[in-house]
Design a protein around this ligand. Structure first.
Ligand SMILES: [Zn+2]
Length: 81
């Protein structure tokens, strides 16, 4: 039989729960950081024909709308800065 009192067992129990919660918290923080969005002016496009807003991966000034296939020009927007 293990020579441990009830208070020691309770302390170990809460310590293990604290370690478990710290691991879950660290995992959630790393997961949120990896899926975080980085929105910038060069990536957000707005189609003037169909009013569809979309994000592209490359930093270009001219692209085609994925919905209506018309040419979209990147304009500088002050509200996103
Ligand atoms: Zn469009």
């Amino acid at each position: 039989m293990i020579g441990m009192s009830f208070a020691d067992a309770l302390f170990v129990y809460f310590l293990l729960w604290l370690i478990f919660l710290a691991i879950l918290w660290w995992r959630e923080l790393s997961r949120v950081k990896s899926y975080e969005w980085h929105l910038s002016n060069s990536r957000l496009f707005h189609c003037d024909s169909c009013h569809h807003s979309f994000i592209i991966k490359e930093a270009v000034n001219l692209t085609r709308c994925p919905r209506c296939n018309s040419i979209c020009i990147c304009r500088n927007r002050r509200d996103l800065e």
